[in-house]
Write a protein that binds this ligand. Structure first.
Ligand SMILES: *Cc1c(COP(=O)(O)O)cnc(C)c1O
Length: 424
């Protein structure tokens, strides 16, 4: 499609967009009495308007039923988390039985490492990406230390090549083969938080498994963003947070995937609690742990219902629309944003560099050569909510649920003014 950098053209794209009506489903912060142009759905998604109703329902049930709400609420609390499994399964490409919702992301990665990082003297190494998200680095280092290994020896980071901004799949696969029978675990971010790159999860999982390692995915930036087929790819496990593209609210619960081959097993190493037991015997309060047949076997506690209610609201939206429709719009709006950036770049003779490779989801990370933080501040003051990372990178994620093509055009105009001001 041939794009144009004009308001009329952008509005025409919105008129043709099947998802444009979903913009009204979200609350937008306001700057200068106008809805902001929101590029940080990769960090904290906007609040869906229908979320309030889901939270109110829990408040009402608690108010009116108190403890009876566990079994007699409209959506009984003792099995509330199960309501999320099917919808989430569709989002990540898994069966409902392979999904659970609990805790938060870093906590869940630790819990999953209990089952899937089982190092011995020979096979103890972990492959991750260079400069992984800090929490993942701390998590991996502490796990390795906990098992008595030295992280500088046990953790192998796959590096980008000199002067390149993205990882090459072949380099990741070569590294897996090289570490070979010393490799205990491959744990990577499916979509990198910094450059927005989508890794070839299928190939990496296949090769990781072929050398006998476990393969797990941190999907914080992937869930609700790119097409995932965790089951078909044969991943062992995955975890993600729900507050980025999934729009479930700050710090909200994390989802996990455990491949069905590990389900319904008593002998798997795992930290356990009462919500992981079979439902029909849970309240017999028996001393022996009898794992439920699903990924809920990893659940420890009764879940925070007020917190997962917004997740259910969000999944209703994903279910209505479907990942394929979201991804169709995402491709188009990201391409339009890239076009707008190139047009503005020409007009102001700046030199933006998009460091996100073509294997991308919603996010474009842009190196603003020569433009300082003052440009970022100008954008924020003028209602463009972006995110700044050192050195000089802004991350722009036009979430297809609620960003419009007109937003992209308007962003271009504000960006141009900001740069011209900066240059003068
Ligand atoms: C956002 C993000 C996290 C956040 O972890 P929490 O435990 O939810 O605070 C972790 N890892 C990655 C890759 C992320 O993008």
């Amino acid at each position: 499609m041939i794009f144009q950098n004009s308001l009329e053209f952008a509005q025409q794209l919105d008129a043709e967009d099947k998802l444009s009506k979903y913009r009204q489903e979200f609350h937008f912060p306001q700057v200068n009495k106008k809805d902001v142009i929101y590029f940080t759905g990769n960090s904290l998604g906007l609040q869906p308007k229908r979320t309030q109703k889901f939270v109110d329902e829990v408040m009402k049930d608690w108010r009116e039923l108190a403890v009876e709400g566990h079994f007699y609420a409209e959506k009984p609390w003792w099995e509330y988390h199960e309501l999320l499994a099917e919808g989430l399964g569709k989002v990540v490409g898994a069966g409902a039985h392979e999904i659970s919702v609990m805790n938060t992301l870093t906590v869940n990665l630790h819990l999953l490492m209990v089952s899937f990082y089982r190092p011995n003297k020979k096979r103890y190494k972990i492959i991750c990406e260079e400069k992984a998200f800090p929490s993942d680095q701390y998590m991996l280092q502490s796990q390795v230390k906990f098992h008595g290994f030295d992280s500088s020896d046990a953790i192998i980071e796959v590096k980008k090549r000199e002067g390149e901004h993205a990882w090459r799949t072949e380099d990741i696969l070569d590294k897996i083969n090289e570490v070979g029978d010393e490799l205990a675990l491959v744990l990577l971010g499916g979509v990198n938080y910094y450059n927005g790159q989508v890794l070839d999860m299928e190939a990496i999982t296949r090769v990781g498994k072929s050398v006998g390692a476990f393969v797990g995915w941190d999907l914080a930036h992937a869930v609700g963003n790119v097409k995932l087929k965790l089951h078909d790819w044969n991943a062992d496990f995955a975890a993600w947070c729900s507050y980025k593209y999934m729009n479930s609210g700050p710090g909200n619960a994390s989802g996990i995937f455990v491949n069905e081959r590990y389900l319904d097993k008593k002998d798997i190493p795992r930290f356990e609690g009462w919500w992981g037991t079979k439902k029909d015997t849970r309240f017999l309060m028996q001393p022996e742990f009898d794992p439920i047949e699903t990924a809920d076997a990893w659940q420890l506690s009764n879940p925070p219902i007020l917190s997962i209610a917004p997740y259910l609201a969000s999944l209703e939206l994903f279910d209505e629309v479907g990942m394929d429709t979201l991804i169709d719009k995402q491709r188009k709006i990201v391409a339009y944003l890239e076009f707008i950036l190139a047009e503005i770049d020409k007009e102001v003779e700046s030199s933006f560099e998009i460091i996100t490779p073509m294997e991308r989801g919603c996010q474009l990370s842009v190196f603003l050569h020569g433009e300082g933080r003052s440009l970022f501040d100008y954008l924020m003051k003028n209602g463009v909510i972006t995110d700044w990372r050192e050195p000089n990178v802004i991350r722009l994620a036009p979430a297809p649920f609620y960003c419009s093509f007109e937003d992209m055009y308007n962003f271009g105009q504000i960006l141009k003014e900001g740069i011209l001001l900066n240059q003068n």
